[in-house]
Design a protein around this ligand. Structure first.
Ligand SMILES: Nc1ncnc2c1ncn2[C@@H]1O[C@H](COP(=O)(O)OP(=O)(O)OP(=O)(O)O)[C@@H](O)[C@H]1O
Length: 241
């Protein structure tokens, strides 16, 4: 039986001029799984995510299967500044149940009290939580996160990690997180992919029970492995430790 959260990509090639960014890429995501996508700058992470989101054209020769209900959150919250939080979350939302869903989503991200606030008055974390509520309210079966925590301060980022894990557990969308942050990938994901030379160069199960701790020897070992997959030399790893 097929699950409506299944993601399957076969033979995805994406070129910009002479720059082949994705080359015959294959990818399967288990329904309801949480996967992190790492890769050097320019390796094509956002390109892959945008293609899955349907924001970029899908090459005809590729076979791409994604759920119908897809939501994306980006590094910047991309709220409409002339609309209040409530309108930003409900914008374009069809159906009678929409207001109730929006109430629920705002409560879930802890923003029920901010429903009438203007985006300009929100902190970075609140704006990003609004963007998460906007994603949630669409009841996505695939949730695509493109570095949604990168612009946040360290404490807010920790809170957002916990929130995203809670939301993922509660709603179980298939989730793909693009990140530069190896620790973030290990903290959150069940599976970590490394994109290199247009393909999935490494596919690593995390296999550490949650909640995960940086102090865990398995965490440190996985971090070393991922940094080496990303081409960071051993000396740099020692210096950073
Ligand atoms: N619309 C575009 N036109 C031309 N080149 C593009 C376009 N979008 C992306 N590229 C190129 O494709 C390559 C991959 O870009 P992409 O943004 O997917 O990488 P990334 O892995 O997400 O990078 P980063 O980690 O720096 O965000 C880059 O070389 C980029 O310059």
């Amino acid at each position: 039986m097929t699950d409506n959260r299944q993601v399957s990509v076969r033979g995805l090639t994406r070129r910009f001029g002479t720059n082949t960014v994705l080359h015959k890429l294959d990818l399967e995501l288990e329904p309801g799984s949480f996967t992190a996508l790492l890769g050097r700058s320019g390796s094509g992470k956002s390109t892959l995510l945008r293609t899955l989101a349907g924001l970029d054209p899908r090459p005809v020769e590729a076979r791409i299967e994604v759920p119908e209900a897809v939501a994306v959150a980006f590094q910047e919250p991309r709220l409409l500044p002339w609309k209040r939080v409530w309108e930003n979350v409900t914008l374009g939302l069809p159906g009678k149940g929409a207001p109730a869903r929006a109430e629920r989503a705002l409560a879930e991200v802890g923003l029920a009290r901010h429903r009438d606030a203007w985006p300009a008055t929100l902190s970075g974390g609140e704006a990003q939580r609004t963007a998460l509520a906007r994603a949630l309210v669409r009841e996505p079966r695939l949730l695509l996160l493109d570095e949604p925590f990168a612009a946040l301060d360290a404490l807010t980022r920790i809170r957002m990690h916990a929130l995203v894990l809670d939301l993922w557990r509660a709603h179980t969308p298939t989730t793909l997180l693009v990140t530069h942050d190896v620790d973030e990938a290990i903290l959150l994901a069940d599976r970590i992919l490394v994109l290199d030379a247009g393909r999935i160069a490494a596919d690593i199960p995390v296999g550490i029970e949650r909640p995960r701790s940086h102090g865990d020897a398995r965490f440190a070992a996985l971090r070393r492995r991922l940094l080496s997959e990303l081409g960071v030399e051993a000396e740099v790893i020692r210096e950073a430790a």
